[in-house]
Design a protein around this ligand. Structure first.
Ligand SMILES: Cc1ncc(COP(=O)(O)O)c(C=O)c1O
Length: 439
């Protein structure tokens, strides 16, 4: 029998987060440019971030250490759901008649149903250990809000979530999950912040955006001493926490006797892509694997890496964050109401933008209807209904496997299944009813 799924033991959960900035500095000899203070345009003093973030997270943000030890308490919580399975998509391979091997790391099999819980637990832990009482955050589709609500509940922290208004309407049950864990949820923009009121004045019917929701969450955290802000992607420390995914995937592929030729992840802010890719990218930067390809996948309606400009920009719409060197569509960009709410962010993580600019990773964009078609093929063969975000990675994996069929190449394709879609059925319903468009 071929190994259909590879499941590690709890002791195989990563002991360290892997810091890609170390490899960029030491092996590539250059690094992403630093965040700037918006008032002075000078590199940020770490102290400037203290009103918003726990000190240990700020240290991680700037760290150049190769590895950062994962505290035992975090590893114990990871052991509630990690290691996640690595699955060989044998039935999909057969349906595509491809000689390629397709593997996926199933981050849908976590507690909250997506990869987001990996950083939620870590961020809640570090904040709690520094005496913080509560966290504010934004959420798109609600995956991040659900994950952080759960983590805050575990650590006895309050949690206030600003949920992008269109998703607030599209994904009612994600709100229920957040409520189960005791979080407060508001549709963003809201009347509870100065920024929210301004956005509503400008456009009372706005769908909202992640950029607006971030502005609101930051405003609240900045005004209260014991409340900090938590971001679900984009920043270095968030990408760092997600590297537990790739560290496991590497061990699992070793068990299968394989190594990937292509690593694929969908890209919102970039954290699940970083999670699956950085362990293998480190090998490439060390000069051990020169041929491996990395593919980040975006929606055509929010093509940050594909079409964005590489420049310093704000992380939020009200322009309160430090300036980040990103590929960006502009901090006031409001994407159309796609079902992949978690990919509707105007920028991409500075590390990913840097990697893309330096041709270390590729970017690709797909139409909403095409990714739902791929998601249906995947569901019918592998039995998993994936999140609309993850369906972007599924589509790229299918396209690469078809290319392998055409070129008769038995490549190894690895993608991150970043979340299940069992609470995203409205999108599937619209697709099946022929109601989805690409605008
Ligand atoms: C299931 C899922 N995948 C992917 C993403 C995209 O985020 P990131 O690029 O940070 O992984 C999200 C964001 O909410 C998500 O919920």
């Amino acid at each position: 029998m071929t190994n259909n799924k590879i499941i590690l033991k709890e002791q195989d959960i990563a002991k360290n987060f892997l810091n890609i900035n170390y490899y960029l500095k030491e092996k590539l000899g250059k690094m992403p440019e630093p965040p700037l203070h918006p008032a002075t345009n000078q590199p940020l003093d770490p102290k400037d971030l203290e009103p918003l973030f726990a000190k240990q997270l700020i240290e991680q943000e700037l760290s150049l250490e190769e590895k950062i030890e994962i505290p035992e308490e975090i590893r114990k919580m990871y052991a509630m759901y990690r290691p996640t399975p690595l699955v060989r998509a044998l039935r999909l391979e057969k349906a595509l008649e491809t000689p390629a091997k397709i593997y996926f790391k199933n981050e849908g099999a976590t507690l909250s149903g997506s990869h987001k819980v990996n950083t939620a637990i870590a961020q809640a832990y570090y904040n709690k250990s520094e005496g913080v009482q509560g966290l504010t955050t934004e959420t798109g589709a609600g995956q991040w809000g659900s994950a952080l609500s759960m983590a805050c509940n575990f650590f006895g922290l309050d949690c206030l979530v600003y949920m992008v208004r269109i998703s607030f309407k599209q994904k009612p049950y994600r709100k229920t999950i957040m409520k189960v864990f005791g979080a407060d949820i508001l549709a963003s923009p809201s009347e509870t912040t100065k920024a929210g009121k301004k956005f509503l004045e400008q456009d009372p019917d706005t769908n909202g955006s992640l950029g607006m929701a971030i502005s609101e969450a930051i405003e609240i955290a900045a005004s209260k001493e014991k409340i900090k802000y938590s971001l679900g992607s984009v920043l270095n420390h968030v990408l760092l926490h997600q590297t537990v995914i790739g560290e496991e995937a590497k061990k699992q592929l070793q068990v299968a006797g394989d190594y990937p030729d292509k690593v694929i992840g969908c890209c919102g802010g970039g954290s699940n892509f970083a999670g699956i890719a950085f362990s293998f990218l480190a090998d490439k930067l060390k000069g051990e694997k020169s041929e491996i390809e990395f593919i980040g996948v975006e929606p055509e309606n929010c093509p940050t890496m594909c079409d964005g400009e590489y420049k310093y920009d704000f992380g939020d719409t009200a322009r309160q964050t430090p300036l980040l060197k990103m590929e960006t569509l502009g901090s006031d960009f409001v994407p159309p109401a796609d079902h992949a709410g978690g990919l509707r962010y105007h920028g991409i993580a500075p590390i990913l933008a840097f990697l893309h600019q330096n041709q270390l990773i590729q970017a690709r964009k797909y139409k909403q209807t095409d990714v739902f078609e791929a998601a249906l093929t995947f569901a019918k063969t592998e039995g998993i209904i994936v999140a609309p975000e993850s369906s972007h990675a599924v589509k790229a994996a299918i396209d690469e496997a078809i290319k392998c069929r055409e070129n008769n190449e038995a490549k190894v394709i690895l993608f991150n299944l970043s979340g299940h879609g069992l609470l995203d059925l409205r999108g599937y319903e619209d697709y099946l009813a022929g109601k989805l468009d690409n605008n």
